[in-house]
Design a binder for this molecule. Structure first.
Ligand code: DCB
Length: 515
């Protein structure tokens, strides 16, 4: 592209940036490493937010999105040339030699772009200099990039060029991760840097910059109660005194991750919660489909709860994948990592399988699963572990008849007030009478499908029953979905302070019972 055209494009972008100065998204908080870059990109119309007003900085970015942003940045005109919305930009990119015919097929346009491909695009689109210095740098990066051998030859020199020009650095382990995806926030940073405007540090510097604010101690929080353990059927604090945790569960973070922001969790604590549950779906487009992005969203949510002085449940939310054994190796890998990451962090509770269901049994499926996963967690951590049971975590009677033999574990019982009544409360008492500790890691004021009702008098009966027994609970769910179990009305901002008008019928009831 001609230099004059590039200058014009830059000027245009700068003017648009001025016009759209106050460009903010509820999920892009001021002061994050990515905030400046995202706002610059959005206000110049290069990469927009979603219809619901969010930006989703942690979401992935597709080939078509990334390449059309790069093309727009360099002022490429792109007449529509095919059925895909980005076909004009893609054709232009291909013709400019930004990618080869065998690298991106049309069927891939809407898939998340790989890091190796993103680097190639920015190097070529922005004409990053391949100077003498970069040639000398090759040897340096060949040895310093830990996974350099995983980078296919056609990208190696491009990665070196990008590193050498400060467009990116490796992850905290020194890896480039050629086949991993890019978050939208990272894409903004890389592109802004490549176009010579990015002032913010690259995402991998994030750990020092994203340290969430330390919140004041909360009532019933971790600074008061410290490390938890299980004594008899009771959950107890560091002094061996019974403690009750009450709070909210997120909805699926792959859908409603914006309600696990620092502010959303803080709002929940302000309403009196000392517990937050991070529901990391495995199926339904969750962890099993996008392990890297879903996992980092889950960790970010855990970290936000920790900095709000709350206890936090990291939930392997099986649901459509009813048999926990179906993905036991993925679970093993995940809990090995998570228990290491949070070893010694007293806030964190591991829930190893949300709701087993389908044609499975406690002794044949869930118990062997627990016997596989719990020892893996125990290599790093003696945190409290929650274990589900068949029939959406209602078969606690079967569990009590055939318990696990580990310390500091509790069994989950899930109820929905419109569906599950006295018979399930009887099971809770039966299980406890046999010595099985019970934790209600999920319950709703609705019927079992998350909607219907709300059934507030049934819910009140349940909460009174639990209060009499010091049983802890997390309510489903903290989100604004149009279903009765959601605590917030549709359209509620995750980050603003919630007024009464923002709370759904369920939310008003549940929040009033948190303290
Ligand atoms: C549980 C799940 C949870 C589910 C709620 C309400 O499922 F752990 O993921 O949440 O209870 O059903 C719902 C959301 C919906 C979403 C749907 C699918 O509220 O917005 O569309 O998940 O992801 C239960 C609990 C109990 C029973 C059945 C289910 N039961 N279930 O007793 O029959 O089928 O999901």
């Amino acid at each position: 592209m001609k230099k004059s055209a590039r200058i014009t494009a830059a000027l245009l972008a700068a003017c648009m940036a001025l016009l759209g100065a106050a460009f903010t998204f509820p999920d892009v908080r001021p002061g994050e490493w990515y905030t400046e870059n995202i706002e610059a990109m959005a206000s110049s119309g290069l990469l927009n937010g979603y219809e619901d007003g969010s930006f989703r900085p942690g979401g992935t970015i597709t080939y078509a999105e990334f390449i059309s942003v790069a093309a727009r940045c360099v002022g490429a005109d792109a007449p529509q040339s095919g059925s895909h919305w980005a076909s004009g930009y893609m054709k232009r990119a291909y013709e400019s030699g930004w990618y080869d015919y065998d690298e991106i097929y049309e069927a891939d346009f809407d898939k998340p772009i790989t890091r190796q491909m993103a680097v190639k695009i920015v190097d070529l689109a922005f004409d990053i200099p391949q100077n003498e210095q970069a040639n000398n740098a090759y040897y340096k990066y060949m040895t310093s990039i830990k996974d350099f051998n995983d980078i296919p030859g056609r990208y190696g020199y491009l990665v070196v060029r990008a590193y050498n020009n400060g467009i990116l650095t490796g992850d905290e382990n020194g890896n480039f991760n050629p086949l991993s995806n890019l978050t939208r926030a990272e894409a903004c940073a890389i592109i802004m840097r490549a176009r010579g405007k990015g002032a913010a540090p690259f995402p991998q510097a994030a750990p020092t910059n994203t340290e969430p604010p330390k919140a004041a101690a909360i009532s019933g929080g971790v600074s008061q109660n410290g490390k938890l353990s299980v004594s008899g059927v009771d959950l107890v604090n560091q002094n061996g005194e019974p403690i009750v945790l009450r709070g909210m569960s997120s909805h699926g973070i792959q859908w409603y991750g914006n309600f696990t922001s620092y502010n959303a969790i803080k709002n929940t604590a302000d309403f009196g919660a000392n517990l937050f549950r991070v529901a990391m779906y495995t199926g339904e487009g969750g962890y099993l489909s996008n392990p890297d992005s879903v996992k980092s969203a889950a960790y970010a949510a855990v970290d936000s709860a920790v900095s709000n002085d709350m206890y936090v449940i990291l939930d392997w939310h099986i649901l459509s994948d009813g048999d926990p054994m179906a993905h036991v190796s993925e679970a093993a890998e995940f809990f090995a990592e998570a228990s290491k990451k949070y070893a010694g962090v007293p806030n964190v509770i591991f829930e190893i399988c949300n709701e087993p269901n389908g044609n499975i049994s406690w002794s044949g499926n869930v118990k062997p699963y627990a016997e596989t996963i719990i020892p893996i967690i125990r290599q790093n951590s003696d945190a409290v572990i929650l274990v589900g049971s068949p029939t959406w975590s209602q078969d606690i009677d079967k569990v009590a008849d055939d318990p696990l033999s580990f310390l500091n574990i509790m069994y989950t019982c899930h109820f929905y007030a419109g569906t599950h009544g006295a018979w399930l409360r009887d099971r809770v008492d039966y299980a406890r009478s046999k010595g099985a500790p019970i934790f209600i890691s999920e319950w709703g004021t609705s019927a079992a499908n998350g909607s219907g009702g709300v059934f507030l008098s049934d819910a009140a009966e349940w909460l009174d029953f639990l209060a009499q027994r010091n049983i802890s609970w997390a309510n489903w769910s903290l989100c604004d979905k149009g279903e009765t179990s959601a605590a917030l009305n549709p359209g509620t901002s995750p980050d603003g302070a919630w007024s009464d008008a923002d709370l759904s019928e369920s939310g008003k009831f549940v929040f009033s019972r948190l303290r």
